[in-house]
Ligand binder design. Structure first.
Ligand code: G
Ligand code: G
Ligand code: NA
Ligand code: MN
Length: 256
């Protein structure tokens, strides 16, 4: 309860920030995009994990307001990086979207407005949705997702393989990418069944025309194993941690 109060103040004071983590094209080793990740650093008390405060944002409904702030800030950051020559037009910004945001029929229009304000095309924006957004086979969610696709935005299924994983939703929902959960990447060099799962997700995605990003890549051995399996994109500490925009930009400039 105390945390919730602090969070309300943090939101009101604009005390939440956004960190950026590179998503790398594995064959070339070059950053292809970044994921925007919300951060909350409490004065005196230090950082609070999003695993704790994102659910609070969702329960309180604050996630719709904060979600739009993250989106606006991230798209504006992409426009700045383009203007500064840090990234090119193909570089994408990936932003997390909570199930609740997808139940707002006005969300695609709001996204369109954010993009227009920054002068960024929809195809440069990737929205990460969770499997839980798709278990409720909600007409409204579907309509919103199609609205986002109509803007040119990509749709990635986050933490793929950890949720309900009804594969039929990959057919029903207009997704363009899956993000293989880091628990599978973690074990893939030791546990043959984890490697088999990553291989299967890659093959299935290829057949369906979906891109794949592997999350939580920490070692060169994991990167090489992913490369061998044909996984195109990777994200993880091997290439960079989530960092404030200025620090991330240094990494993007040097890794180009
Ligand atoms: O990397 P990290 O520990 O920061 O992220 C933990 C979780 O918080 C992830 O599942 C991530 O999807 C979620 N998260 C981070 N930023 C956002 C955000 O802006 N919106 C939503 N809805 N979830 C986020
Ligand atoms: O949205 P999502 O649940 O995918 O959020 C990504 C989470 O994974 C964030 O909490 C981020 O800090 C974390 N993360 C990113 N790269 C790595 C990594 O290489 N190792 C570990 N352990 N965590 C990572
Ligand atoms: Na994510
Ligand atoms: Mn994830």
């Amino acid at each position: 309860v105390e945390l919730e109060l602090d969070l309300r103040h943090a939101v009101a004071d604009g005390a939440l920030s956004v960190a950026f983590q590179p998503i790398v094209d594995i064959p070339t080793g070059r950053p292809a995009g970044v994921e925007a990740l919300l951060r909350w650093d409490r004065p005196l008390l230090g950082p609070v994990s999003p695993v704790r405060f994102v659910p609070l944002l969702e329960e309180t409904g604050l996630v719709t307001v904060v979600g739009m702030q993250v989106l606006r800030e991230s798209v504006a950051q992409l426009a700045r990086w383009r203007a500064e020559g840090v990234v090119d037009e193909t570089f994408f910004m990936s932003v997390n979207v909570s199930p609740r945001q997808l139940l707002d029929a006005g969300f695609p229009d709001a996204v369109a407005q954010v993009l227009a304000e920054a002068g960024v095309e929809g195809r440069a924006l990737l929205l990460e949705i969770t499997e839980s957004s798709m278990v409720q086979e909600d007409e409204l969610t579907l309509k919103v997702l199609y609205g986002l696709r109509a803007l040119g935005c990509g749709l990635a299924v986050d933490d793929f393989g950890t949720g309900y994983s009804a594969l039929s939703y990959l057919r029903r929902f207009p997704v363009t990418r899956v993000k293989v959960d880091r628990s599978f990447v973690d074990g893939m060099c030791e546990d043959p069944s984890d490697a088999a799962l990553v291989r299967a997700v890659e093959a299935m995605s290829r057949a369906l025309g979906l891109s794949v990003t592997a999350e939580g890549v920490e070692t060169a051995e994991q990167r090489d194993a992913l490369h061998e399996l044909g996984v195109r994109y990777g994200q993880g500490w091997l290439w960079g941690r989530p960092e404030p925009a200025e620090r991330c930009a240094v990494l993007l400039r040097t890794a180009r």
